[in-house]
Design a protein around this ligand. Structure first.
Ligand code: ADP
Length: 398
């Protein structure tokens, strides 16, 4: 069975065609600048020398997906002979609200339900749905599946998902914690259990997804008990450009002082904060690490604050689960930054966390990086959200 996995943003889309008989990626790529000048498709296939680039106007997602499919079936750069070989399409959908605790076939009712929660993710859900509509028009006979970023976290109980706010805000508008990156937290949970030779149900795992956006989850015996992102992906850890947890009273204070409206303060917290806002240097941790190594005080402070916040959550989640058996690092920073993993795990012996310096000297490869006698196992697991989406798509398409 061959599954096309699509992740549509408002002006970009990422895709992978996966052969599910052996879970291999047949081809993959990215379209950028959909609907704006300079639309470009960058397509890759194992064995293909370099990227196949298509620069042509693409006015909307339907246009873009048509170009993707042309590349996928292209005699030279493609991976299949005919579009008919695509058995199913799996879509990443950011917000499923409380309606979706698992993936779902994209029927008209499911699409309407996703639209119904779009005000919780106004930048993401409408863009995700543009991809769904375009695929339905181009591949009307192919089953389409929605895989939600929020679904894995739907096992959170009231005690972790309710805010200390008037209850009516929850019943009227769905103001509660939802959590994001669920597909990634679920993938690394399953993979960690496999690597440790146990079932997820026998483990208490803290999964740290540290990318541009970052979140951490307490997975208690296979179920998400708590996660750091909330109603939106702004809560929790300090991120590339997002502030994470702050005193909520800062919002009206800054609005008054800086004469900002709601959109202005939203932009400040989402796009102008995080390590970017703290340093004025960059949102990319490689630049921050370079600057810190060159003695830049703001960069040193930002990294230390970032690390402190992750440590705080690990401690909190260990307390919530009455202990922890494994800590997993994943995503751009978690997979690649040796020093970040080492600094987060430093001085955590009290909790039973001991990492092995030599084993930790690795990037982007499934590895147990704790010492033999570390009570808590520490793992590095490259995330694979696309594979998780494809697996769910296969399950539902069958
Ligand atoms: P996204 O949330 O956009 O999917 P990724 O998971 O791809 O992000 O993570 C991207 C981030 O990972 C980059 O912005 C960068 O900060 C960080 N990163 C990637 N490689 C390294 C590295 N070698 N050292 C430190 N940070 C890295």
């Amino acid at each position: 069975m061959k599954v096309l996995v699509l992740n549509c943003g408002s002006s970009s889309l990422k895709y992978q065609l996966i052969d599910m008989t052996n879970e291999s990626v047949l081809c993959k790529g990215l379209v950028e600048r959909i609907g704006i000048d300079g639309s470009v498709l960058k397509h890759e296939k194992p064995g293909l020398d370099g990227k196949h680039i298509v620069e042509t106007p693409m006015k909307d997602h339907k246009d873009a997906i048509n170009h993707v499919l042309s590349a996928v079936v292209d005699e030279k750069v493609g991976a299949v002979k005919d579009m008919k070989e695509i058995d199913a399409v799996g879509h990443r959908i950011v917000h499923g609200g409380e309606k979706f605790a698992s993936s779902a076939v994209l029927t008209d009712e499911v699409i309407a339900a996703i639209e119904g929660v779009s005000d919780l993710a106004p930048l993401h859900n409408p863009a995700n749905l543009m991809g769904v509509e375009a695929c339905k028009a181009i591949l009307p006979d192919v089953v389409q599946v929605a895989v939600f970023d929020t679904a894995f976290h739907q096992t959170m109980p009231e005690k972790t998902f309710l805010y200390g706010l008037p209850y009516e805000l929850y019943t009227k508008y769905g103001v509660r914690r939802y959590g994001f990156h669920g597909t990634s937290h679920m993938y690394v949970t399953q993979r960690a259990a496999e690597m440790l030779g146990k079932a997820p149900e026998d483990l208490r795992i803290i999964t740290c997804h540290l990318g541009n956006g970052a979140s951490i989850a307490a997975v208690d015996h296979g179920k998400c008990l708590d996660t750091s992102m909330g109603l939106t992906p702004l809560e929790g850890l300090i991120m590339g450009t997002r502030c994470g947890d702050i005193d909520p009273a800062i919002i009206p204070f800054v609005m008054k002082k800086e004469n900002l409206d709601a959109d202005g303060v939203d932009k400040l917290m989402n796009k102008q904060s995080g390590v970017y806002g703290m340093t004025g240097i960059s949102s990319d941790f490689r630049d921050i690490e370079d600057a810190a190594n060159n003695g830049d005080k703001k960069a040193i402070n930002a990294l230390e604050a970032y690390i402190q916040r992750v440590k705080k959550y690990i401690g909190a989640y260990a307390a919530e689960m009455n202990g922890v058996d494994a800590v997993v690092f994943t995503a751009g920073l978690g997979e690649n930054s040796i020093s970040m993993r080492a600094d987060i795990c430093k001085d955590m012996e009290f909790l039973g966390i001991n990492i092995d310096e030599e084993k930790n000297n690795v990037r982007g490869k499934d590895t147990v990086i704790s010492t033999e006698d570390s009570k808590v196992k520490v793992l590095l697991i490259p995330t694979n959200e696309e594979l998780m989406i494809a697996r769910d798509t296969v399950k539902l398409a069958k």
